[in-house]
Design a binder for this molecule. Structure first.
Ligand SMILES: [Fe+2]
Length: 243
């Protein structure tokens, strides 16, 4: 029978090995959002994969600049702050603000992840953006919603009906291998466990108010013209290949 000291040593060595292995696998990088930050580094704002005006006329350059440079940066900062404060809680053993920082972790972590996915799942119209999905995404939509028009009508309705600020999201649900449409209030509420988004539209007012004012439905209608279905397919294939 191992001594307690030997047992701890073995477990510790295993943890290091597992951590290293996990990290190297993650470094293959999920294509869905931002991927892991460099080891030991804070989360960072990813670059937009195109110019601020690339999604014109559907999404205007001023909105894109503010949305990416200010709003998304704010979520990155908030996530780093929450993680630093939670580390302080562990060090000091003072958990009196645990609820606050846990909420901040979810809100800002959700914001960073969803915005990172959002930029990547859009592309200039005619240059990767717009049109209809093909391949496995088309098959999955048909399997889950009947046809593309039924899916698009359902998704647009969900986006239009989000109360306050939030998202409409297309999730892949692991257990029955179906696509499901969900709403998210703010960046994190109304999600169901066991599924992961592969596409989303941001319906916070900061995403559309400069160009569309209160006409959220017009913005969502325009957004379909810049959906990057090739990226959505990459997202889905990555999930399926990670089984
Ligand atoms: Fe946003």
């Amino acid at each position: 029978m191992k001594s307690r000291r030997a047992f701890i040593k073995t477990v510790a060595a295993g943890s290091v090995a597992a951590g290293t292995m996990l990290n190297s696998k993650l470094l293959e990088a999920s294509p869905i959002a931002y991927g892991p930050p460099p080891s030991g580094q804070p989360h960072a704002l990813p670059d937009l994969p195109y110019a601020y005006d690339a999604l014109e006329p559907y999404i205007d350059a001023e909105t894109m600049k503010l949305h990416h440079d200010k709003h998304h940066q704010g979520y990155v900062n908030g996530l780093n702050k929450a993680e630093a404060e939670l580390a302080k809680c562990r060090e000091s053993k003072d958990y009196s603000l645990i609820q606050h920082w846990s909420r901040q972790l979810a809100f800002n972590g959700g914001g960073h992840w969803l915005h990172s996915m959002f930029w990547k799942t859009m592309a200039p119209n005619g240059k990767g953006g717009g049109g209809l999905p093909g391949g496995i995404v088309a098959e999955a939509i048909k399997d889950s919603f009947g046809d593309f028009d039924q899916f698009a009508a359902h998704f647009s309705a969900a986006a239009g009906a989000v109360e306050g600020s939030g998202w409409a999201l297309l999730h892949f649900r692991y257990d029955d291998q179906k696509l499901v449409i969900m709403q998210a209030e703010n960046q994190q509420k109304l999600s169901a466990w066991g599924s992961v988004p592969i596409l989303g539209v941001d319906v916070w007012e900061h995403a559309y108010y400069i160009k569309y004012q209160n006409k959220r439905a017009d913005y969502v209608k325009a957004w379909w013209n810049v959906v990057n279905w090739g990226q959505v397919e990459k997202n889905l294939l990555w999930i399926l290949n990670k089984k």
